[in-house]
Ligand binder design. Structure first.
Ligand SMILES: [Zn+2]
Ligand SMILES: [Zn+2]
Length: 375
């Protein structure tokens, strides 16, 4: 009996010992897991730590796959958009030459014929020249040799100095001097060296569309009425054919040539008036920006800066604006009065003022301000 009690006590002691040991081990494991968690957390934080990290960066990182998709789609579709612009413009020019010009030559007075021939061809040359220059001219990029640059900030994507007014284009994947925006219709960025070509193309294209819409209004009305009449006659013809007892197709009321002519005129007018409205609004928006000496990107930056300074009771002044009229002269490269003809009203491949790396006062503005400074 006594030996049994002793054995029971020994077993209980062993069991208690095992339990204590297990508890110790379990705590040790928890402590180890805890230590590993803290170590991993610290590693991750030290790897991701950046003094520039803020809410915007986190949001940008989260939306990075969406940006990637949009950028790639825009890059691929750029060629399609350019082909579309060339195709649609060519179709309008072809309709004018094949359908409208013979009619104008036959029915209009010599004075009107001269006006249409002169204006139409001048406008067409301006559109083709500025579109070609806008898609083939590089907008300008900061130089690869980074030592000679007085950068005001660092591009996070290129890890290189970014001169004033320069921004990174995620579609071109490089920094662009005085970047305005990436235009899918040009498949190119709009920046320092091709901003004037882009605006002139928009302006002359709008002018051309307005010209076609106004001068083709009467023809459009006639063509539209003819198409309606055509549809009605076609319906009647089919009804008559269905009631006839003999199997003979009645002759068509309108020839193929007449149908093609009327449909082409309607297509021309609808396309031109739609483009005139849409592109006209865009051109006006860009004209307002040029008047203020801003790019599309600077418009947002300056608005934020204006609001920030307004709260402090200060007034924001755009350092790249020289006054409305001078902004236009600098933008178009008009140094002397004859440049309005040679550089604005005629195709001109002249370069813009400056290199796009630094923004000194342009010579034409400096000349005007010199007498004021002397006083
Ligand atoms: Zn960059
Ligand atoms: Zn771009």
């Amino acid at each position: 009996m006594r030996s049994r009690q002793r054995m029971f006590a020994a077993v209980m002691r062993l069991l208690l010992k095992c339990l204590r040991l297990g508890r110790r081990r379990r705590f040790k494991l928890v402590r180890q897991v805890e230590r590993l968690w803290h170590y991993g957390h610290l590693c991750l934080r030290s790897l991701l730590y950046n003094s520039f990290t803020n809410g915007d960066v986190v949001l940008d990182s989260l939306f990075e796959p969406v940006y990637w998709l949009v950028d790639h789609v825009t890059r691929w579709f750029g060629v399609v958009f350019v082909a579309l612009v060339i195709g649609l413009t060519s179709s309008i020019v072809a309709i004018v030459y094949i359908c409208l010009l013979p009619l104008i030559l036959q029915t209009y007075t010599p004075a009107w014929i001269c006006w249409h021939l002169a204006y139409g061809h001048w406008n067409l040359i301006m559109i083709v020249f500025h579109y070609y220059m806008a898609i083939t001219t590089s907008p300008g990029h900061p130089p690869q040799a980074k030592n000679d640059l007085t950068g005001v900030s660092i591009c996070r994507k290129c890890i290189a100095p970014k001169p004033a007014r320069t921004h990174h284009c995620s579609i071109c994947n490089r920094c662009v001097l005085k970047m305005d925006h990436h235009c899918p219709w040009l498949n190119n960025c709009v920046g320092h060296y091709n901003h004037r070509y882009f605006f002139s193309f928009c302006f002359f294209m709008t002018m051309g569309c307005i010209y076609c819409s106004i001068s083709g209004w009467e023809m459009f009305r006639d063509a539209y009425a003819a198409i309606e009449r055509m549809k009605l006659l076609e319906k009647e013809r089919l009804q008559v054919a269905a009631n006839q007892t003999y199997y003979q197709t009645p002759p068509p009321t309108f020839s193929f040539r007449q149908r093609a002519f009327h449909k082409s005129v309607v297509y021309l007018w609808v396309l031109c008036s739609s483009v005139a409205l849409a592109l006209g609004a865009l051109t006006l928006w860009h004209a307002a920006l040029i008047t203020r000496g801003e790019t599309s990107i600077e418009r947002h930056i300056n608005r934020k800066e204006r609001q920030r300074l307004q709260k402090k009771g200060k007034v924001f002044r755009n350092p790249y604006s020289y006054g409305s009229w001078d902004n236009w002269k600098v933008f178009l490269g008009v140094d002397v009065p004859r440049h309005w003809l040679t550089r604005v009203l005629l195709p001109s491949p002249h370069l813009p003022h400056g290199t796009g790396l630094s923004w000194d006062l342009p010579p034409c503005v400096m000349e005007q301000r010199a007498p004021l400074l002397a006083i």
